[in-house]
Design a protein. Structure first.
Length: 185
């Protein structure tokens, strides 16, 4: 992994995505800080670096498609797919809705999803892994083999154990503590 690119993305996350204040996370837990990766992922350099670095994390796993719950997984999935196209990597992207659409094709899983291909589930920041596990469950119900969970940032608050219990390997690019240290720098 390119150490300079990793440092550059960490600095972007620390500058644009890290906030210290009391709030409630999607998991329902209270926290004194928040890592809003979307603020970095929607910057041109943030998207480029995240896509390239996350692709390096994803490709050795052998998955052929990656995605997760809307909306958390959308920008990181898109960044990875664009990076894959520049590298000539055969990788598809998808996203999972919380509920099946009641119009159009009435799908819960959208994008280039193929149940015959090994899948990885992804999110930008993971705490307990609840939404990522919900995405994995929807993919498995659709017939996919889901083997690995990925995160741009892991808060280290239970996701690894939850993924292991669900039979998923887990890989992340940064810990929340790395982002905190860089922000306080």
């Amino acid at each position: 992994m390119d150490i300079e690119k990793r440092k550059a993305l960490l600095q972007l996350l620390a500058r644009h995505s890290y906030f210290e204040r009391r709030l409630t996370l999607a998991s329902g837990r209270a926290s004194t800080y928040y890592v809003d990766c979307k603020r970095t992922l929607y910057l041109p350099m943030g998207a480029r670096l995240a896509g390239e670095l996350m692709l390096e994390l994803v490709m050795p796993s052998g998955v052929r498609q990656v995605g997760g719950m809307a909306a958390g997984a959308l920008p990181v999935t898109d960044a990875i797919i664009v990076a894959a196209s520049y590298r000539g990597a055969d990788l598809r992207g998808f996203f999972v809705r919380k509920e099946t659409k009641d119009h159009g094709l009435q799908q819960q899983i959208e994008g280039a999803f193929d149940p015959a291909l090994e899948a990885g589930v992804i999110d930008d920041t993971i705490t307990t892994g609840g939404s990522t596990l919900a995405a994995a469950q929807a993919l498995r119900a659709a017939g996919a083999t889901v083997t690995t969970a990925f995160a741009l940032v892991d808060r280290g608050e239970g996701a690894a154990a939850a993924f292991a219990q669900a039979g998923l390997k887990f890989a992340w690019l940064y810990t929340a503590e790395e982002v905190r240290r860089a922000a306080r720098g």
